[in-house]
Design a protein around this ligand. Structure first.
Ligand code: BG6
Ligand code: MG
Length: 218
């Protein structure tokens, strides 16, 4: 069997932390009286903390001092950390562990590719660290999604060319990153939102072993 690299995004793919990012940003937006909705939030998925705040401010053409900007980032992250503090392995999304186990048992290579600086904390909390050969996160990249750097770094670590890598992503920016990096992209979530993905699934319960086998052998 061939060896492929399976690169998992974290937020919204392995765990439903996307909702906590949304709730924490919602508080900031409300405080600044910037209209914010779950639809607008799609633009923030996969986007770094700093770029997310820049986008939110741009929706109202707001500029703030560096001090206020940093204070808002800190407030958002503290709220977010509070939301995730009680996470356990029970928060892993359905069929993710089975998929990871199947890939491991079939000698596939597995990496994490997340924009989050909190990725390692979460992966440890939900006790999945042992599945990943490498964790490339928001602390180890200079350019964030939709730039492919995070996934290219993962491929490099796995010693695989991009075309042998498959990326699971729930964000528009992440699908763009995988595609522009020359990888196979799998959209997890709303098919219309993630229409640029090579394959789409609502969640991992729809991903069968036969499909994984097809990806490996292609
Ligand atoms: C991504 C999320 O995984 O990480 C974004 O989809 C988030 O919503 C980004 O902004 C950065 O996360 P953090 O934890 O470093 O603020
Ligand atoms: Mg995500």
């Amino acid at each position: 069997m061939q060896k492929k690299g399976f690169i998992f995004d974290l937020d919204g793919v392995i765990v439903n932390t996307a909702i906590y990012h949304y709730l924490a940003w919602k508080k900031i937006a409300d405080q600044l009286e910037i209209p914010f909705s779950e639809i607008k939030n799609e633009q923030l998925k996969g986007v770094s903390r700093t770029d997310s705040l820049k986008k939110i401010l741009s929706w109202k053409n707001l500029t703030v001092t560096k001090e206020i900007f940093n204070h808002l980032l800190e407030k958002k992250n503290n709220d977010y950390l509070h939301y995730i503090s009680k996470m356990t392995e029970n928060d892993i999304l359905p069929n993710v562990v089975n998929t990871l186990k199947w890939l491991k048992n079939n000698n596939q290579q597995i990496a994490l590719g997340s924009a989050s600086k909190n990725a390692k904390i979460i992966i440890e909390k939900i006790q999945l660290t042992h599945f990943f050969e490498t964790i490339i996160d928001g602390n180890s990249v200079t350019k964030t999604k939709p730039n492919p750097e995070v996934f290219l770094n993962a491929a490099k670590y796995l010693k695989l060319p991009p075309e042998k890598c498959i990326v699971f992503e729930d964000s528009v920016a992440g699908i763009q990153a995988a595609n522009s990096g020359g990888m196979i992209s799998i959209g997890i979530g709303d098919k219309k939102t993630l229409s640029d993905a090579h394959y789409n699934f609502k969640d991992f319960t729809e991903i069968k072993n036969e499909f994984l086998l097809k990806l490996i052998n292609n």
